[in-house]
Design a protein around this ligand. Structure first.
Ligand SMILES: Nc1ncnc2c1ncn2[C@@H]1O[C@H](COP(=O)(O)OP(=O)(O)OP(=O)(O)O)[C@@H](O)[C@H]1O
Length: 267
C-alpha cells in the first residue's frame, strides 16, 4: 500500500505543484494519473521515490514513512520507468538492464561490470520477457527504436522485483500500437509480481483500458478518483477543461467586453 498523506509541494519559485493530496493505492493496483500539463502528475510520482521532497505531508510505503533515514532502503523497492527512457545510449542493452541492480550493488562493482551469474541470467530472462531477442543484448541501447528502448527500460525496472513501479508518461513518444504493447508489458510484469503501478498518462483511452483506477489531477489537486467506467466523457471534459464552477472565465469576459473587437477577431 502506498499512502500519500496530505502531500503539498511548493517549488522555490512559489509554484504550488501539489496541494494537500491524500490517496491510498493498494498493493497490486494499476493506478493511472491523468490531468492537463502542469497538473502535478510527475511531482506526485517523484514523491514516492524521494526525488521530490514534499513541503508538507508524507508518503508511506507499506506503513513505513519515506524520509532521509528510510529513503535508501525504500528506494530499492521502487522502480521508475521514464518518458525518455533514461538509458545510457552508448552502453549495451545488457548493461542498461543490469543497471537496474544499482540501488543494491556497490558502485565499484557496477563500474567493473561484475555481476553475479544469476543477475546476468535474470537480465537475459527479462529482455526476453519484454519481447526483445537475445541478439539485442549486445546492441547499443541508443541504436534501438523508441519502443525497443522502452522495453529495455521496463526490463531494467523489474531487475529488483520492485513492489512499486512508477511510470512517468512511459508512452508519451510512442505510436498507438506500441503504446498499448508497452502498457500491456508493464501491467503483466507487475501482475506477475503483485507490484503496484502508478502511471501518469495523457491518453484517456489507454487510461481506461489499462487502469484499475483513474485519478484525475488539476492544479495540484485530485479532482477525480474512480474506476474507468466512472470516468465518463463528462468527467474527462471537466478534468481537461475545468468543471463549470472552476476556472471561472470572469476575467476573460471582462477582457473581451473591454476589447470587443477581439471577440469578433477570434470568433
Ligand atoms: N523544479 C521545478 N521548479 C519549479 N517548478 C517546477 C519544477 N518542477 C515542476 N515544476 C512546476 O510544478 C508544476 C507541476 O509540474 P509537473 O511536472 O508535476 O506536472 P505534470 O502534470 O507532470 O505535467 P506534464 O503532463 O506536462 O508532464 C508545474 O507548474 C511545473 O512547471
Amino acid at each position: 500500500m502506498i499512502e500519500f498523506n496530505t502531500i503539498s509541494k511548493q517549488w522555490a519559485d512559489g509554484t504550488q505543484a501539489l496541494s494537500q493530496v491524500s490517496l491510498k493505492v493498494p498493493r497490486g493496483q494499476f493506478c493511472v494519473i491523468l490531468g492537463p500539463s502542469g497538473a502535478g502528475k510527475s511531482t506526485l510520482l517523484r514523491a514516492v521515490n524521494g526525488l521530490v521532497k514534499p513541503t508538507q505531508g508524507f508518503v508511506k510505503i507499506d506503513g513505513e514513512v519515506l524520509n532521509s533515514s528510510t529513503e535508501k532502503l525504500l528506494r530499492q523497492r521502487v522502480a521508475m520507468i521514464h518518458q525518455h527512457f533514461n538509458l545510457s545510449p552508448r552502453l549495451s542493452v545488457a548493461s542498461n538492464v543490469l543497471a537496474g541492480m544499482l540501488p543494491k550493488v556497490s558502485m565499484a562493482r557496477a563500474l567493473s561490470g561484475w555481476f553475479e551469474p544469476e543477475q546476468r541470467d535474470k537480465a537475459c530472462a527479462l529482455v526476453e520477457q519484454v519481447g526483445l531477442k537475445p541478439e539485442h543484448l549486445t546492441r547499443r541501447a541508443g541504436d534501438l527504436s523508441g519502443g525497443q528502448q522502452q522495453r529495455v527500460g521496463i526490463a531494467r525496472a523489474f531487475m529488483l522485483d520492485p513492489e512499486v513501479v512508477l511510470a512517468d508518461e512511459p508512452v508519451a513518444s510512442l505510436d498507438p500500437k506500441i503504446s498499448s504493447d508497452i502498457l500491456g508489458l508493464i501491467r503483466d510484469a507487475a501482475r506477475e509480481r503483485n507490484a503496484t503501478v502508478i502511471c501518469s498518462l495523457h491518453q484517456v483511452d489507454l487510461a481506461r483500458e489499462f487502469g484499475d483506477r483513474i485519478v484525475g489531477m488539476r492544479n495540484g489537486k485530485v479532482v477525480f478518483d474512480g474506476t474507468p467506467a466512472e470516468f465518463t466523457d463528462e468527467k474527462v471534459n471537466d478534468l481537461y477543461h475545468g468543471a463549470r464552477w472552476e476556472d471561472t472565465p470572469a476575467e476573460e469576459e471582462e477582457f473581451e467586453l473591454a476589447v470587443p473587437g477581439l471577440r469578433l477577431a477570434t470568433a
